[in-house]
Design a protein around this ligand. Structure first.
Ligand code: 5AD
Ligand code: FES
Length: 354
């Protein structure tokens, strides 16, 4: 297995069969079936080496602002899906959002991520105005959008208003698997088309997956890695699937921290310069998840800047961490956590390096 990891380290790619072999070895290791060597540790060592070449021990931070938990979609895994009538729905207005940015700025955030369900309340002009105002008030900051699937013209308008980056996880690159996670009206083809358009417009673009989502196979993960390699995103979001009690997947098993970390390590080796967050979902299933994510090759953390009053309502999955903490507490907590593993959160935009 070490040979395959060495090959990936040198070539930044592997044959599908080789990726599959590694993923199966990780699975066996997790099940206690693999006696010989700790392949994960070896992978993480290499991944850290690569991340240190490009980013040293810097950790970039992004302030996540959860605009709205209204959503027109009905993804089977997601806690804020439209069919979940148990959610107290909320929307932040422009002033709320700018207040979040101001407190974030004071805490050293230089990227703001505007994330929300697909909520048509914010029409294109409203969104463009919000983006433009953030960029005018905080000219040294980047704005990342995570607002789902939109028309090309909307993406273009937001870009011209000043948005820098866009996150849109593809969730799975296998059409049959995609179908099992989403209702009929959504399609992988459209999602991929959006990703292509975002890239063409000039955004720094992030795709990504949930690890251990229902029906996911090792072959699906191989396909995901190949798609990610081919698409060459600037960012990749990889977190464990965590069941939400009011969704059709309430009784499904969640993803494991071990497998998530393994995929982070592989992603770092395949895309050496990628911006790779140690996700909140990873921090939710393991108390040291974010630290372990950084040690597996991640270089970004995304604490929450949303007003504490709405945080518990943006519940994509159960037991999400930090829903009761002020932004300042998370900032300080993450500072300490990163220092404890000899990494350092920096006050920078943290752009993709060409
Ligand atoms: N568990 C983990 N991640 C989830 N997401 C949505 N629902 C869940 C869940 N139950 C992720 C999706 C989406 C991102 C914003 O959150 O991958 O793209
Ligand atoms: Fe929020 Fe630790 S990051 S409290």
């Amino acid at each position: 297995m070490r040979k395959l990891i060495d090959k990936l380290y040198v070539k930044q790619e592997l044959e599908p069969d080789e990726l599959k072999e590694l993923l199966i070895a990780e699975e066996n290791q997790r099940k206690g079936l693999l006696q010989e060597e700790q392949i994960s540790e070896y992978l993480f060592e290499k991944a850290r080496q690569v991340r240190h070449e490009h980013y040293g021990n810097k950790v970039f931070t992004r302030g996540l602002i959860e605009l709205s938990n209204y959503c027109k979609n009905d993804c089977y895994y997601c806690g804020i899906r439209r069919s979940n009538t148990g959610v107290a729905r909320y929307r932040l207005n422009k002033e709320d959002i700018l207040n979040c940015c101001q407190s974030g700025y004071d805490l050293g955030f230089r990227t703001f991520v505007l994330q929300g369900g697909e909520d048509s309340h914010y029409n294109d002009n409203m969104m463009a105005d919000i983006i433009y105002t953030i960029k005018s008030n905080f000219p040294d900051c980047a704005v990342t959008l995570s607002l789902g699937e939109k028309e090309y013209d909307s993406y273009l308008l937001y870009f011209h208003a000043g948005a820098d980056r866009y996150l849109l996880r593809h969730e799975t690159s296998n059409p049959q698997h995609y179908r099992k996670l989403h209702p009929e009206e959504m399609s992988l083809t459209h999602r991929k088309k959006c990703l292509e358009q975002l890239k063409e417009i000039g955004y720094q673009v992030g795709c990504g997956i949930m690890v251990g989502s229902p029906f996911q196979t090792v072959d699906n993960l191989v396909e995901d890695l190949l798609y990610i390699k081919e698409f060459q995103p600037h960012m990749v979001g990889i977190g464990p699937f965590i069941p939400h009690h009011e969704t059709p997947f309430a009784a499904e098993k969640g993803g494991t921290a071990e497998q998530t970390l393994f995929l982070l390590g592989l992603s770092r080796l395949m895309l050496p310069k990628v911006l790779l967050p140690a996700t909140t979902a990873l921090g939710t299933i393991n108390p040291k998840g974010r630290e372990l994510g950084i040690l597996a090759g991640a270089n970004v953390v995304m604490p929450n800047l949303s007003p504490v009053s709405v945080r518990k309502d943006y519940e994509l999955y159960d037991n999400k961490i930090c829903t009761g903490d002020e932004a300042a507490e998370c900032r300080q907590c993450l500072d300490l956590r990163m220092k404890s593993i000899d990494y350092e959160i920096v006050v920078e935009r943290g752009d993709f390096i060409k």
